[in-house]
Design a binder for this molecule. Structure first.
Ligand code: PLP
Length: 403
């Protein structure tokens, strides 16, 4: 009997199996349900789809190429390595696929103001960009520590006309920025749409963000069939909240022979507070509206996280990933800071491409596990973003190592 088709769409309450849901205070239920209804209508509306596709083509620069990485292929001893070039999207990463979709939805809902959280700053830049393009007011919440680590992106957002608000609570990073954005949303529901940046948070965000990012996988499928004439052996992507990975994985979920591999941040090693590998050290819990794998201590307190890459530095993973892991459909691994920084250099030298530090985790995994790849294997790596934003961070990291 053929295996049953996997359907990982959430149910009407937003559950992917036992994960996901809407764990929010009463005040947020109304805007979330309103958003849910608006999104359900929009995704079935051919005008919405046509308008979004035109913007993705003419403004974002889609389709992005699937590039045959010849030197990398030789080094890894397989048949072909292809890089899905999300680094070539306008603003330098995949984030804008989602920001564009949500901004268009906000416009449709009659909202003139958008807000967002940002970690590394990529989502903030993408959101500030589309807000400028649509003529919307824009406020970005960013942890004070991240503002220091990513000063260039703060400058970009302000140049685009966005207000960047420093968040000084807790670890002063992404988690606190999300809490602040939620607080703003509750107080300004009428005028404001919250553009959440990853496949995280309460329903309908994990599903909506996944849908907007699935353009990556849909294009990849067409391109690899055309160029290689077959499906890939494996697809690799880094996993922060999980949006670039779910975006490229999703259209391949029912191609059971295609291995799907997600790579988390191993930080300084899998010890309390020193990494962000939720599937290596986490357990099921609730964080910021969703039930999923979370890094927490025995009392359920959220643990500190660490990664050299701000975009992977978060205590929870998108709920659909937790289901895909339980189902055994996606494999998850992790690499540490050093391996990621080494891979940043390696890809730069092999292919002339500076990857984002997030992306470098997936590159590192591919290199570290080179013994797994056979000479007939076709591999695809999602090059989620470019590394220009990270050069200072890498330089500082290297200097630190020499002390
Ligand atoms: C934000 C970011 C990530 C991590 O977020 P996901 O939602 O897991 O994709 C990865 N790569 C780049 C370039 C990013 O900017």
């Amino acid at each position: 009997m053929p295996k049953q088709r996997l359907n990982t769409d959430p149910d009407q309450h937003g559950y992917f199996g036992s994960y996901g849901g809407m764990y929010v205070p009463e005040t947020l239920m109304t805007p979330l349900l309103e958003l849910s209804t608006a999104y359900d209508q929009a995704r079935k509306d051919s005008d919405f789809k046509r308008e979004l596709n035109a913007l993705l083509r003419d403004y974002v620069g889609r389709p992005t190429p699937l590039y045959f990485a010849e030197r990398m292929t030789k080094e890894l001893g397989c048949k072909a390595v292809y890089l899905k070039r999300e680094d070539l999207c306008h603003t330098g990463a995949h984030k804008i696929n989602n920001s564009m979709g949500q901004a268009l939805l906000a416009k449709r809902m009659g909202k003139q103001r958008v807000i967002a959280e940002t970690g590394a700053g990529q989502h903030g830049v993408a959101t500030a960009t589309v807000a400028a393009m649509f003529g919307m007011e824009c406020v970005i919440y960013m942890g004070e520590l991240d503002m220091e680590r990513q000063a260039l992106n703060v400058f970009r957002m302000r140049s685009l006309g966005a207000e960047v608000v420093p968040v000084t609570a807790g670890q002063k990073t992404l988690k606190e920025a999300i809490s602040e954005a939620m607080r703003d949303w509750v107080t300004n529901i009428r005028s404001t749409h919250y553009i959440l940046g990853s496949a995280l948070g309460a329903h309908p965000y994990p599903r909506m963000v996944r849908d907007f990012q699935s353009v990556i996988g849909k294009e990849t499928r067409r391109q690899v069939m055309r160029i290689a004439g077959r499906l890939p052996t494996a697809i690799l992507a880094c996993v922060g909240g999980g949006s670039n990975s779910i975006g490229i994985f999703h259209p391949f979920i029912n191609d059971r022979k295609v291995r799907l591999i997600g790579v988390e941040a191993g930080g300084l090693g899998i010890r309390n507070g020193q990494h962000a590998a939720r599937f290596a050290g986490g357990k099921v819990g609730i964080l910021q509206g969703t039930k999923t794998f979370v890094l927490q201590d025995r009392n359920g307190q959220i643990q500190l996280t660490h990664s050299v890459s701000a975009g992977l530095d978060y205590a929870a993973i998108g709920p659909e990933h937790s289901l895909l892991r339980d189902l055994g459909r996606v494999e998850y691994g992790h690499v540490n800071d050093r391996e990621a920084v080494d891979a940043f250099d390696t890809l730069a030298r092999w292919e002339g491409l500076l990857p984002a530090l997030e992306t470098a985790h997936a590159v590192a995994y591919m290199i570290k596990h080179a013994d797994q790849w056979r000479k007939n294997d076709v591999l695809v790596l999602n090059l989620s973003g470019r590394g220009d934003k990270d050069v200072q961070q890498v330089a500082a990291w290297k200097q630190e190592q020499q002390r």
